[in-house]
Design a protein around this ligand. Structure first.
Ligand code: CP
Ligand code: NVA
Length: 317
């Protein structure tokens, strides 16, 4: 709640920082968060955030992000405030900058789920407390941290593990690919023409790969992508805010469904992941998401554990 970001005040590398995208975090910081998430799972109740308050601004719907952050704060002894943008004055035109400055006087961190990524950057610029991106149109870093934690639980190692993401080059895909690049894990994205990841994000991913040795590629061929994959990942074809494009997207992504036939090209012991919510019969069949390869509920639970690790690091170091 001080007027300067707290980063200078303590030695822990993430103390007082924002979490807008994993591009801003080092490989070591990301690995540390994932390992701490595993610890949080082992030892769930610790009152380390007693007296701390997290404001949570939602401009889009949420089940996992809202409940996992709220439950996480409570388990750590703190509190979370659910703030719908419809109820806040930002819904009536108050600026993001003023909102950031005002909230910084009341709470210890702000989590926001919104549309344009620039809005989160604007909030972070004017807030004197850490700002956490709970999903924008471009990134979903908290999801990617949970994805890494889940992959580590399932495969015990990132090196030599192959991730195949099949579908839209969206917020979840961007953050997953960044996370893979940061930890040196190979990944491929298969997407229809015109629905690939943002080229500027892929450029940054290529730079990270130079440092970590990860190989991240893209293809339009889903069979090629899942070939010998350890992890097959999908997300919805129509993200929040794109509802008007639903019909055209259903057609464009038709050949990108994760079904038994496509999964048969992956490794026998492969796992299926999905950030949820899922649309059975669209991006994935019920047989796969509800079948033996699926680890989606373990993945969803891990949002809680790894975000508790994140909150601890940002708020107390
Ligand atoms: N995966 C995810 O962010 O879920 P919610 O939209 O329910 O928060
Ligand atoms: N890509 C999806 C993810 C939801 C968690 C969306 O933005 O709607």
């Amino acid at each position: 709640m001080s007027s300067i970001k707290l980063a200078q005040a303590k030695t822990s590398s993430l103390y007082g920082k924002d979490c807008l995208t994993l591009l801003d975090y080092t490989s070591e910081e990301i690995l540390h968060l994932v390992e701490e998430g595993l610890q949080m799972k082992k030892f769930p109740i610790q009152s380390i955030l007693s007296g701390k308050i997290l404001a949570m601004i939602f401009e889009k719907s949420s089940t996992r992000t809202r409940v996992s952050f709220e439950a996480g704060m409570q388990q750590l002894g703190g509190n979370a405030l659910f703030l719908s943008s419809q109820d806040l004055q930002i819904g009536r035109g108050e600026s993001i900058a003023d909102t950031a400055k005002v909230l910084s006087g009341y709470v210890d961190a702000i989590m926001i789920r919104t549309f344009e990524h620039e809005k989160v950057e604007e909030l972070a610029l004017h807030a004197s407390v850490p700002v956490i991106n709970g999903l924008t149109d471009t990134f979903h870093p908290c999801q990617a941290l949970a994805d890494l934690m889940t992959i580590l639980q399932l495969k015990q190692t990132f090196k030599g593990t192959k991730v195949a993401y099949v579908g839209d080059g969206n917020n979840v895909a961007h953050s997953l690919l960044i996370a893979c690049a940061k930890v040196g894990m190979d990944a491929v994205i298969a997407h229809p023409e015109g629905y690939g990841p943002d080229p500027s994000v892929m450029e940054k991913i290529a730079e990270i790969c130079e440092l970590t040795g990860a190989v991240i590629t893209s293809t339009s061929n889903p069979e090629k992508a899942v070939h010998e994959a350890d992890i097959v990942y999908s997300d919805v074809w129509t993200s929040m805010g794109q509802e008007k494009e639903n019909e055209i997207r259903l057609t464009a992504f038709h050949a990108y469904q994760i079904n038994a036939e496509l999964m048969s090209g992956a490794k026998k012991d492969c796992h299926f992941l999905h950030c949820l919510p899922a649309h059975r019969g669209e991006e994935v069949t019920a047989e796969i998401i509800d079948g033996s390869h699926s680890a989606v509920f373990q993945q969803a639970e891990n949002r809680l554990h790894v975000q508790k690790a994140l909150l601890k690091e940002l708020l107390i170091g």
